[in-house]
Ligand binder design. Sequence first.
Ligand code: NAD
Length: 205
Amino acid sequence: MRIAMIGTGYVGLVSGACFADFGHDVICVDKNERKIAALHRGEIPIYEPGLDELVATNVKAKRLEFTTDLSKPVADADAVFIAVGTPSRRGDGHADLSYVYAAAKEIAQSLSGFTVVVTKSTVPVGTGDEVERIIRETNPKAEMVVASNPEFLREGAAIRDFKFPDRIVVGTSDERGRKVMSDIYRPLSLNQAPLMFTERGSGPR
Ligand SMILES: NC(=O)c1ccc[n+]([C@@H]2O[C@H](COP(=O)([O-])OP(=O)(O)OC[C@H]3O[C@@H](n4cnc5c(N)ncnc54)[C@H](O)[C@@H]3O)[C@@H](O)[C@H]2O)c1
């Protein structure tokens, strides 16, 4: 599978490196030019045991790349993961979803062919509806489904948590979307981790 990971922070870098290690072709995208330049030099911007080796091995095998430009990776992808930050808003403490929505708008402009757009960032129920609305409004011809796939990794044990989860939860009712997500996570389901499909979940109506 071809995967574009939008946001190469803790979650994006660990997930991208692990997906590449499963054998997928992964391009990790980040707006932060310094971060991408460091990754091109083989420097890992976060402390996570084993991540430097995992990244180096998969870069060498040409399954893992880094870029600041999402257009080609998104156009070529079977699945685009949104793994940007969702910081707590000052005052009410709610998740600030502005980076997620900005990423959705940028992704929409480059989609080509059937693509699953996956929210991996931690977002409230109903965010997938808004991501889908933004993509449809920006690019009405896009052939895509929006799925939810929350990440539960812990910093410091992130690779282990990603590779040996007790379950993987994917929210989408779309058959083609379920097939793409099953193919992406097949190495984990072979490892006995159940892949649990649910509805995506809608916000209050
Ligand atoms: N860190 C954790 O332990 C953890 C665990 C589970 C879930 N999460 C959730 O995962 C999400 C990401 O967390 P994180 O810790 O990886 O965040 P982070 O702040 O480390 O990284 C986010 C990255 O996204 C980049 N970015 C923002 N907008 C972009 C855009 N439009 N295009 C490309 N890049 C963009 C930023 O430059 C940054 O490098 C959050 O919702 C967080 O709550 C985090």
